[in-house]
Design a binder for this molecule. Sequence first.
Ligand code: GTR
Length: 385
Amino acid sequence: MRNNSMHPMHPPTENTPRQDLPFSLPPLFLSETGERIRTIEEWREKRRPQLLELFRTHVYGRAPVEKPAGLHFKVDATIPGLFSGKAVRKEVSIGLSGPGGEGRIKVFVTLPTGSAQPVPAFLLICHLPPELIDLRESTPFWPVEEIIKRGYAAVTFYTADVDPDEHDGFHNGVHGVFAQPGESRSPDAWGTIAAWAWGARRVMDYLESEPAIDCRRVAVAGHSRGGKTALWTGANDERFALVISNSSGCTGAALARHMRGETVEKINTAFPHWFCENYKKFNNREEQLPVDQHQLLALIAPRRLYINSASEDAWADPEGEFLSCLHAEPVYSLFGLPGLGVTAMPEPGTELHEGHLGYHLRKGGHELGLYDWQRYLDYADRHWQ
Ligand code: GTR
């Protein structure tokens, strides 16, 4: 039963019936000033903005602009007759300019033909470079044909167009475009994941101008570093109705304090450009982080969230991802919405599609493939029809 009132049916509780953990997590329902959060209104107006600020300050960093003045869209090409006439692809450039110069994000928008109504869409944040994946083709990683067949638009962009995936001193990509001349970087300035998330939000700006898309039903999805980015995108931008994290692992869906597989120190060492400088203070000090990742998941509520893990993907900590979902559920309960529907980690091969929190644990390793997409499409078919 849905409960939209200011007063939840039951006061929110953090502990039951979730699994006990051998560490304590930062709270969902206690504000920084010690105030207990009891209602949807208090969550929305007090706690949610506080948590976003904590994640900006200590983890992902702060974007210097929202939608920039001068953002513009140009259709570079329209290619009809794809997949035996079932789809048309538009190739669109999003033009950006800031104090440090100009940028361009190329967006590939494949639309099913013949729909009288605007269609829902899947937006993939693609971190694989053009040398590895051609986004104009249908592949297991990006099965455009399957997405179209189910009646959805398939939208994607290369993250490298927004910001290169390398430690370049934050001079290139949108970091450079929006830096003020002579500005020194603050310890909470945006890292590369935050830059990519910002780029995904600009793609949503474009989609809002595209009459063939139903912007009330847009899912943002990504795999691994793209999954971390999808979560941060969805946390910041309530225009996304569904957020899909495919094996996002450390600083994605997995609880930092669970400390299996990749840890804060390991990720900050291997990828020093992904997060803000402040995050490095928590190398080997996860217990002192002011946030944990269940709170990131909770920021998506009451919108739909779908988490995937793979049984042999120990580096991304499947158990830590599942526990994070369980511990985000109280916020869905506050909204009167169903979560996973289980309290123990399911067997590999299981999918949980009933609730506002969707989940599957695929047998196998670290990848995004057709099996995963079919689960995401099934979930959308079920809840978006
Ligand atoms: C790994 C990294 C993970 C994950 C992955 C990926 O090397 O340790 O955090 O993001 O890369 O994006 O493929």
